[in-house]
Design a protein around this ligand. Structure first.
Ligand code: UDP
Length: 332
């Protein structure tokens, strides 16, 4: 299958590109390199530096590369920023995505895999989280993901678009060979920040909230390895052959880890202490989010290979400790 990976130079997209190639598919990348890294994509992979909202450019790539399916990873993903600058999020995550979809329909490409998020559920009233929970996002980021899910449903009905929306929990880790990994700027995620604090590359980690109604008072999250996420995207291909198919899957390990447990895993793997300061809760953080991924297991045969926090943190530790400046391509 010729697969266009939009946002293929980003964190999750670049891992998916490698998994696609390993599974015998032919990935083609489209990325505007605003947040992505050219070095995250092997030189042999066809690469188009373009905006996903540029319909003419997208149409040309779809036709020239004879694309059969599009995967879309190119979203802004800072929850806090989405609250302070919602237009940025609606313009990219929703508006540009509409143009991408319009370009696809114009050239009759009707299979789509979308990166959605557990943020579409807001604060869940039940744990672990199944796909049938009410979706009530508590920030613009989650709302943009839900908005696209709704558009996809309408396009499935109206035009026979087939799609899978994967609602990720916390993407984490790096490729096992440490060739690619996480390099966000700014970095806001717990695992890379804890690793950098342990290495003395950053000030002490701020631990946001120690008074949550959880066993150790810190938030519970479900860290799922990027390569496991990627494998689900490929496992769904067979199910998208029938026009108008609509699929939604939660992707997580099902095992919650508290922030303190993550920090302990970093300390164990690095042999170093993570210097930290206890800080107030971060606005918009639900106390606990973890997945029931039994639907993906049942229907896709998906089983996370990295089932516990230590095995995922081990790959992150290897990448960050050997790449002090990430891809070292920061402009300015
Ligand atoms: N967190 C923290 N200090 C940080 C960054 C994150 O205590 O510097 C906490 C955050 O409040 C949340 C958990 O770590 O409880 C996971 O946050 P992250 O930003 O990694 O992912 P999110 O769950 O927001 O997608």
């Amino acid at each position: 299958m010729n697969v266009l990976v939009v946002g293929g130079a980003g964190y999750i997209g670049s891992h998916c590109v490698r998994q696609l190639a390993a599974a015998g598919h032919r990935p083609v990348v489209l990325d505007n390199l605003v947040y992505g890294h050219r070095a995250a994509v092997a030189p042999a992979v066809p690469f188009y530096e373009s905006d996903l909202g540029d319909e003419a450019a997208v149409r040309r790539v779809l036709t020239k590369e004879q694309i059969g399916l599009v995967m879309h990873f190119a979203a802004y993903c800072y929850v806090g920023e989405s609250v302070t600058d919602p237009l940025k999020y609606y313009l990219n995550n929703v508006s540009a995505t509409l143009h991408l979809l319009k370009a696809m329909l114009a050239v009759d490409v009707k299979q789509f895999v979308f990166s959605s998020s557990c943020a579409t559920y807001g604060v869940p009233d039940r744990l672990p989280m199944t796909e049938d929970l009410p979706q009530a996002p508590i920030n613009p980021y989650g709302q943009t993901k839900l908005d696209v899910e709704n558009v996809l449903k309408a396009l499935a009905r109206a035009h026979g678009l087939s799609f899978a929306a994967f609602r990720y929990f916390n993407a984490a880790g790096a490729s096992e060979d440490s060739l690619i990994g996480e390099d966000h700027h700014p970095e806001t995620h717990l695992i890379p920040l804890a690793i950098d604090a342990a290495l003395g590359r950053r000030p002490p980690l701020q631990l946001f909230g120690t008074d949550y109604p959880t066993p150790d008072g810190t938030c519970l999250r479900d860290y799922v390895h990027v390569d496991d996420l990627s494998r689900a995207h490929i496992a769904v291909f067979d199910r998208l052959a029938k026009p108008g198919t609509k699929l939604f899957y939660n992707l997580g390990t099902g095992r919650p880890s508290s922030n303190r447990e993550v920090i302990r895993a970093v300390e164990k793997l690095s042999g170093k202490t993570v210097p930290l300061v206890e800080a107030p809760r971060r606005a918009g953080d639900p106390p606990a989010l973890y997945a029931d991924s039994s639907l993906a297991k049942r229907e896709l045969g998906w089983q996370p290979k990295f089932a516990d926090i230590e095995s995922t943190v081990a790959t992150a530790w290897k990448w960050h400790s050997t790449h002090p400046k990430g891809y070292d391509d920061r402009k300015g």
